[in-house]
Design a protein. Structure first.
Length: 253
């Protein structure tokens, strides 16, 4: 059983500290990058809009990855837009791309078109790490969540991610269980999982850590295969590791 302190340390190591507000400014990104390097250690990555990649890269050590979003947040079946985002991220020195799978097209039964989209995205994004956001809260059914996960993995995604955090339902343990099962069933030894959206406490994070360890093995719970996408989770991580109550920590990005 993972203790809260162990969960806090793991969550910090696996955290993609995120700021994807419409009104984000360069000052916001500077503050985000300062937050990424804590007294207890650094996060795995920061995740920002493509226009802030160069700034974030200049402010962070190479040990912290810079991720940015593509085809975000609506996930339209728009290859040209996704490829333009990916090119901007790569040219600015980004390390990772979080692309939204065209989930509305998948719901409409356009699985082959979604597969082609993902294939082009994977080709264009190499050698960067590719995380595919399936928007599990909009897909709703286990069958569609499983299909989206399989399509992402077959296209060569490095990670499959739950949510953008911009829809009414974000990460859930039920969706995570389906996604992790598909990763396990794929036999892909390096495929990873990212829980994103609505995870604000170490206790929340611990439940995903336990689930991932049960499905993929404890060795998989490390930044190369497991991430959290969150803005507010770092507050509770720091509170836990500082021996403070969660209530003592306020504010988020």
């Amino acid at each position: 059983m993972t203790t809260l302190e162990q969960a806090a340390r793991l969550a910090l190591q696996c955290l993609d500290l995120t700021s994807l507000n419409d009104g984000d400014t360069r000052s916001d990104i500077e503050a985000l990058c300062r937050r990424a390097q804590t007294a207890h250690g650094s996060v795995a990555a920061v995740c920002v809009w493509p226009r802030f990649v160069a700034q974030a890269r200049s402010l962070l050590p190479q040990t912290i990855k810079v991720a940015a979003v593509a085809d975000f947040p609506d996930g339209e079946l728009n290859v040209a837009r996704a490829l333009a985002d990916i090119e901007a991220i790569a040219q600015a020195g980004g390390d990772e791309v979080d692309v939204v799978l065209p989930y509305k097209a998948l719901i409409a039964g356009e699985g082959s078109e979604v597969a082609e989209f993902l294939s082009e995205v994977r080709h264009a994004s190499r050698p960067l790490t590719l995380k595919v956001i399936i928007e599990s809260g909009e897909l709703k059914t286990p069958e569609l969540i499983a299909e989206a996960t399989r399509l992402a993995l077959m296209a060569g995604a490095d990670f499959v991610k739950t949510s953008t955090g911009k829809t009414p339902v974000s990460a859930t343990l039920e969706a995570a269980a389906v996604m992790l099962h598909e990763i396990q069933a794929s036999g892909l030894a390096n495929a990873g999982f990212k829980a994103s959206g609505g995870i604000r406490t170490v206790a929340d994070a611990a439940a995903y850590i336990e689930l991932a360890a049960a499905k993929l093995g404890a060795d998989a719970v490390q930044p190369g295969r497991f991430r959290f996408g969150a803005s507010g989770l770092l507050n509770d991580i720091e509170a836990q590791l500082s021996g403070q109550s969660a209530a003592a920590s306020t504010g988020s990005y």
